[in-house]
Design a protein around this ligand. Structure first.
Ligand code: ADP
Ligand code: MG
Length: 339
């Protein structure tokens, strides 16, 4: 039999990888904002047009890139964040897979302008379907600006699969809020079709929550503070009248990364036992800090699911910390007059 196996060309491999990393405009928003944070930006601006279908732009004032790095950043498995597999267990960056920019450049029109502090001029690169169309020297402020246009222009099936602007914008806002809540020490702005949706100055966790969810939120936050060998927990749970019928404001952050955990969510529900009416969900903003060695983030491309070494102990600590706070702050059950 003749040999039939071939290596896929890079642009095809990139397009396939992009399917995992980029589900919708909100995925691009997440990856670009996380890159800005990893670049130590203190101000991150997100500019969106038509719910990200025509433009997603992130402008940061971070460390920027050299000319060579700017070019290399769009290659697959190109990363400055890890060098060897062991580094995965001492991560303090959001990224490490070196796949985001390569994936995005495979399925959109991308323009990046970047300048490190120690250079007077910036590099501007234009890429389309993994192909570099131009590279120029331009004038630009320190930091990086990336514009992603016409997402999925070369994959009509994916483009047609996108939901209404209203739905896609909701997903983008969700990602924006998750990143902004994780990093109150960074200022964020967001604009959609020219209108400013968020203007969040540098603040603390409480002020950031209030900045996003409104001034009325302030009096509804009950602080949670717990420190054990395994985990440090800070943040807030919402008083029972801040609970929501639709799954409301529920945020877990582990080492400043937003994560989803039905298991830990159950611990909170359990701590609220008897305090909430039927069918409402508690609100919470909880920041867990653990030894990076005790978690595995590399189990899903979007990194929103992680594996804890000692999940059961974490559950118990979380539940008791929340229960303690609710008791200490005299949170009484909501009276249910309908019954
Ligand atoms: P990862 O974040 O997993 O390393 P990416 O594809 O997202 O992979 O980015 C590749 C590399 O490009 C990063 O490791 C980083 O060195 C560089 N980079 C990307 N975005 C920025 C940015 N906004 N500022 C500075 N460097 C960046
Ligand atoms: Mg990245």
């Amino acid at each position: 039999m003749a040999d039939i196996i071939q290596l896929l060309p890079d642009h095809v491999a990139n397009q396939i990888a992009a399917g995992e990393v980029v589900q919708r405009p909100a995925s691009v928003v997440k990856e670009l904002m996380e890159n800005a944070i990893d670049a130590e930006a203190t101000l991150v601006k997100l500019i969106i047009k038509e719910a990200g279908k025509t433009l997603i732009q992130v402008v940061d004032n971070g460390v920027g890139m050299s000319e060579t790095d700017a070019r290399l950043s769009f290659e697959r498995h190109a990363t400055s964040k890890i060098r060897q597999a062991e580094d995965l267990f001492s991560l303090n960056t959001k990224g490490f897979r070196g796949e985001a920019l390569a994936s995005i450049a495979a399925i959109a029109h991308v323009e990046m302008t970047t300048r490190p502090e120690n250079r007077d001029v910036a590099t501007q690169i234009k890429i389309e379907g993994s192909k570099v169309n131009s590279q120029e020297i331009v004038a630009a402020p320190k930091g990086t600006a990336i514009a992603v246009k016409n997402l999925f222009y070369n994959i009509p099936a994916r483009r047609n699969f996108l939901k209404s602007n209203q739905v896609e914008l909701r997903h983008i806002i969700d990602e924006f809020q998750r990143v902004a809540l994780a990093h109150p020490n960074i200022a964020f702005n967001m604009y959609h079709n020219g209108a400013e949706l968020f203007n969040l100055p540098v603040s603390n966790h409480r002020q950031r929550i209030v900045g996003i969810f409104g001034p009325k939120t302030n009096e509804k936050l009950v602080p949670v503070d717990e420190e054990t060998d395994l985990v440090t927990i800070t943040g807030f749970v919402g008083k029972p009248d801040f609970a929501k019928k639709s799954r409301g404001e529920q945020f877990f952050f582990v080492n400043d990364r937003f994560i989803k955990s039905p298991y830990l969510n159950h611990a909170i529900n359990n701590a609220f036992d008897g305090l909430l009416k039927d069918k409402v969900h508690p609100s919470y903003f909880l920041y867990l800090s653990v030894n990076p060695k005790s978690i595995d983030i590399n189990i899903h491309p979007t990194k929103t699911e992680i594996k804890f070494d000692d999940e059961h102990a974490l559950y118990a600590i979380l539940r008791s910390a929340v229960k303690h706070s609710l008791g200490q702050f005299n949170v009484a059950p909501v009276l249910d007059f309908d019954r």
